[in-house]
Ligand binder design. Sequence first.
Ligand code: ADP
Ligand code: GN1
Ligand code: MG
Length: 335
Amino acid sequence: MTLPEIAAHFTLPGSVESHSEIPTGLINSTHLVGCAGGQRFILQALNSAVFKKPAEVMENIRTVTAHIAAKDSDARGLELIPTTSGEPWLTLEDGTLWRCYPFIEGTESFTKITSPDLAYKAAAAFGDFQAKLADLAPSLLHETLPDFHNTPSHFSKLLSAAEKDPRARLSGAHEEFDYILSQKALTTLLTDADLPVRITHNDTKISNILFHTDGSAPPVVIDLDTVMPGSALYDFGDLVRSAAASADESEADPEKVFLDPALTKALTEGYLSTAADFLTPAETALLQDSVKVITLELACRFLADHLLGDIYFKTNTEGHNLIRARNQLALLKSM
Ligand code: ADP
Ligand code: GN1
Ligand code: MG
């Protein structure tokens, strides 16, 4: 089915005049659609290999966005555009799930940021997102990706990928693999800490937030597919990992990759400005360590995917996931 044919299933205000893919995400397939009359929309196919129960993902998104909207009617967030038959999303015969959101105009997203001011605002927005969900029972949400942030489990999956080595790639990745093995103790730091289970975003990388270009409103938290029960620390750690990195995840030269201390400070202050009230002392004490843990976790995931033949994360070139793993390790070493 072509994109205009898919778009025709949604209650859009006019015919599709333009469409283009937005390539930043590593998981879903995201398209910007322009309609006659000038209004723009996001059409997105959920990755069915990753999200095995897409309807549960959408139910989580609905529960969370409704809870936030009830508290803050001004929150300019994600609202689903229904299909022409009144459904909140479209399920094709092959099981692919498509959904449609208004394109939030006057905003931009970044894969890295350089301004401490923007860093502070992004972190405050993610803390606020968690704060607004602090009174919603985590048991109301489906665990759509079991063990998504279970670092020891990602470490074990890497070991098993290395043992199988189906593409004979381990010999070209020994340095990275050995370094990860040397960091085993770090993998259990958060799981051993008996942290509170909260409703968390679980994918707080900096491209998952939209900044209003005129600064007229707080940034909008997007990409809610992974919202489910989790630990606040993985959200904080993932934000710092992605936003305070000196270079993109795909940077060709790992020597250019390090964690920027000024951005880390701004992110920490911004996050605490909205999260300090609900965090426990145990969580606050582990904030900076959480950045190391999630960075190691992502290095495990990228390297395992490289060894298994790039079956999870979208890649542009052979060795892309190895480059990504190497950069996460460079980032970890700089902390
Ligand atoms: P993925 O799960 O693949 O990361 P996202 O939902 O994060 O997909 O979308 C990818 C990119 O598309 C975002 O980083 C953002 O730039 C843009 N985007 C997504 N939704 C919207 C929206 N409603 N309005 C404006 N831009 C959006
Ligand atoms: C994926 O979809 P996207 O690009 O926002 C991944 C995250 C990783 C991130 C690394 C569901 O996020 O866990 O941290 O890539 N999302 C999923 O860039 O696996
Ligand atoms: Mg995203």
